[in-house]
Design a protein around this ligand. Sequence first.
Ligand code: HCA
Ligand code: CU
Length: 462
Amino acid sequence: MIEKAYILDSTLREGEQTPGVSFTIPEKIEIAQKLDEIGVPMIEAGHPNVSPDVHEAVKKIASLGLKAEILAHARAVKADVDAAARCDVDRVAIFLGTSYTHLHDQLHLDQEEAVKRVMDVVTYARSHGLKVRFTAEDASRTEYNYLLRICRAAAEAGADRISVPDTVGIMRPAAMGDLYRRLVKEVNAEFDAHCHNDLGMAVANSLAALEAGATAVHVSVNGLGERTGIAPLADVATALKVIYNMDTVKLEQLPALSVMVERYSGIVRSQNSPVVGENAFSHKSGVHAAGVLANPATYEAFPPELIGRHRAIIIDKYTGRHAVKYQLERLGIQLSSEQIEAVLERIKNNPTMRNYRDADLVELAEKTSGMSFAAAVPKRVEVVILIKCDSNVYTTAVARKISSLKGVIDVNEISGEFDVEAKVVADSVSELNQTLEGIRGVGGVIGTNSSLILKKFGSNSQ
Ligand code: HCA
Ligand code: CU
């Protein structure tokens, strides 16, 4: 049972601490708006004193008038609280390492000094009219009695929320439950869970903390964060729905958000990751596919439609006859059972073919049956065209002309070897040629390079 689970998304703060990631301010604004739109109630927008651009991003996000509470991260120093106040955020999250390692080796503070520092800085933030969360950094390696003491001190000074992070990801769910049950009982504040994924426990530990009385859970889109990151938003929100029947955010928009953050961060989730991974609703072996075709629940924890996705049946040497029949019928092809067996035999005898696309299956059906199924092959083609412009023409004018041509659906000015990129759709090769001729005929275009789109990977690609 979980009573409350407010999602706090820290893609813009913890997520930007991922090696190699630096979002632009417009990207951060777009991410924050999308998080707000899907119903995330708390957005940690950044640590303003990190750099001028982080400061500006936090300030801009705080001024957007979003429904979500906007937080700034801050060390337990007055200058960081001042910076948060200048950004006009709703809440400042003040962190201080409380474990022996952090106090002794990093901060060179004794336990008494740290308690006093936290009380002072929390009081200072409250006097600026800011709501305060206190984070006992490295809480999971902090001696319990001291952790209790510093959390109580922060609460007394005015922190109504306290984060007890598993900063290095060494907890296990049962221990997490014990820790939160004690703290929730003994401290007069609401608790946040912030679980790192160093041992792959982030989601399990987050849920354990919520079960034990934490009321907020920190996540990031795609699990971004220091080292191996923290609990991913999609995984936590979907688990809350599937296991506890709790509604948090608009689940069907999670795949699109994941793709947006993949693009802006340059970090892609693996194919087999939960919920948003490409394989999450793909069924391969003959036994699995037959089960799912009879009743999807046979091999699915939850229906893909819950998060706006679709299931896929994979065709390769593991495939069985049910899957072949299903895929062919989906393409409008009816074969006798002997013909299906023959198609299957060819598939099973070609282990190097890893994944049959529709066109490959149609070809096999034709070879096996001697019939023609040309009508079954999807005719619509999509092509990406890279366009080079003469150096003395105004690229924007060329791009604008191209975007008005029939069949052109998307045009971007780009940097690099080419100047403009256009996406073209056509119902036949001759129609495609006409559009290409049209593009080549635009004044200033001196060269093109076309590539056929074979497979799409977007939020609704499956
Ligand atoms: C950090 C540490 C932190 C803080 C978590 C929190 C952690 O990167 O500054 O404020 O709840 O993991 O301890 O991310
Ligand atoms: Cu962290």
